[in-house]
Design a protein around this ligand. Structure first.
Ligand SMILES: *Cc1c(COP(=O)(O)O)cnc(C)c1O
Length: 414
């Protein structure tokens, strides 16, 4: 194999450490610094045998921890029984999983609905865009979402994403998307005109920096949507499945959205997404309006069933609340931390001026703690919902050690 230019423009130690002379991946992710080979619960091990605590969970994905036996058992048993049939036919596993999801959302919204399974968060957003357009009808197809939001990387989901810099290289974006300041009900009211089919919001902006919606905002948006006959779609891809201390993040605000999007923790690392839609809205859809070869395969939905059952058994939302409160309190006591925001176990740690989140992230990683620099001044933590008290202690100790060191360096440089 010839030595490739990737080595220069995407130089990273990992393929070299793996004995390769070029990177086999498209250079869309930036240079990875660690190659993980094994995970168990909150722990990960890299190719050098070094141990880490995973306080990121692949971005709120492995909420039950790595290699959970409920996921392994579902995959091994179901793969020996039935993996996939066409959507011309039914399978009992997807049917049961859709009922499980509806049970959760019926309790959360007071309404019964129907589910479409897809493979990712972006695809759940794509389904919502098509639903909104069909529901709104010709001339009423615009989707309003928030600046700073994140809805995925496919073209429609990217157009809904309120981050102009991410649009720029791919202009022109599809028509029919508007963005307003997150939390500004006046701006929302101005934006929701007769061309608007739906409003799409995250209850806490995850990729946008762990920014919770201000108190009363979602409730006010819900009233506005009702008044103007516009659908309210909530993107729970990051906040759903117990992460914030409720099954879904919108439950903190007491709203009842028309459609709810989920993915990430729904499969604990096995790729799956879903859109749940209230029955009276879902009836605008007809056979042929949407689909996916892999919608509701028995293999993947067996994992969805196992994840929901295990989360119910351990009362994952309650754990997120109680453990999240403990972690938040400990983090607030760490030198150089000026604030902790978010809910449950989705936390954004605001660093004091002068401290660089990327440097803190890198130093934590070197010390065996996986986190994420969600922006220049914020570290995001999203440990497993079943993380132990010992691992919380250990992670906070590593983080505190790094922060003390960083503060010293910043002060010395001044
Ligand atoms: C991660 C994320 C998505 C995109 O999910 P993918 O599975 O990466 O396509 C969409 N919305 C939100 C809120 C997310 O956090």
């Amino acid at each position: 194999m010839t030595k490739h230019a990737f080595l220069e423009n995407n130089a990273q130690p990992v393929p070299q450490a793996a004995g390769m002379d070029h990177c086999p991946f498209l250079p869309v992710f930036g240079p990875p610094s660690v190659m993980f080979v094994r995970g168990q619960g909150t722990e990960l091990w890299d190719s050098q045998g070094k141990r880490y605590l995973d306080f990121l969970c692949g971005l709120a994905v492995t909420s039950l921890g790595h290699s959970h036996s409920c996921v392994t058992d579902a995959l091994t048993q179901q793969s020996a029984e039935l993996i996939h049939v066409s959507n011309f036919f039914a399978n009992p596993v997807a049917t049961a999983a859709a009922i499980d999801i509806n049970d959760l959302l019926e309790s959360a919204t007071g309404s019964s609905g129907q589910v479409f399974f897809c493979n990712s968060g972006a695809e759940a957003n794509e389904a919502a865009i098509k639903l909104a357009r069909k529901h709104g009808g010709r001339g009423r197809h615009t989707m309003v979402s928030a600046l700073g939001s994140f809805h995925g990387r496919t073209l429609g989901a990217l157009a809904a994403t309120g981050q102009p810099a991410k649009h720029e290289p791919f202009q022109p974006m599809p028509e029919g998307f508007k963005h307003v300041a997150f939390g500004d009900i006046e701006a929302m009211s101005l934006a929701v005109d007769s061309s608007v089919a739906a409003v799409l919001l995250e209850p806490i902006q995850g990729e946008g920096g762990v920014i919770p919606a201000p108190a009363g905002y979602l409730k006010a948006v819900e009233s506005l949507c009702k008044e103007r006959g516009v659908l309210l779609v909530i993107d729970e891809v990051q906040t759903g499945m117990g992460r914030t201390g409720k099954w879904f993040g919108f439950e903190h605000s007491g709203i009842s959205p028309d459609a709810v999007l989920m993915a990430k923790a729904l499969g604990n690392g096995v790729p799956v997404g879903a859109i749940w839609v209230k029955e009276d809205v879902a009836k605008v859809l007809q056979p042929g309006d949407h689909g996916s070869t892999y919608s509701g395969t028995a293999l993947v939905t067996s994992v969805v069933r196992a994840v929901i059952a295990e989360m119910k058994r351990i009362n994952a939302p309650q754990l997120a609340t109680s453990v999240g409160a403990q972690l938040t309190e400990k983090l607030r006591g760490v030198p150089g931390v000026v604030g902790v925001r978010g809910a449950g176990l989705l936390l954004g740690i605001e660093l004091a001026q002068g401290l660089d989140a990327t440097q803190v992230y890198q130093a934590c990683l070197a010390q065996g703690l996986v986190t994420n620099a969600v922006n220049a001044s914020t570290i995001r933590m999203a440990p497993p919902l079943n993380v132990s008290a010992e691992h919380i202690e250990e992670a906070v100790a590593i983080f505190a050690k790094v922060m003390v060191q960083m503060k010293k360096e910043v002060e010395a440089a001044q």
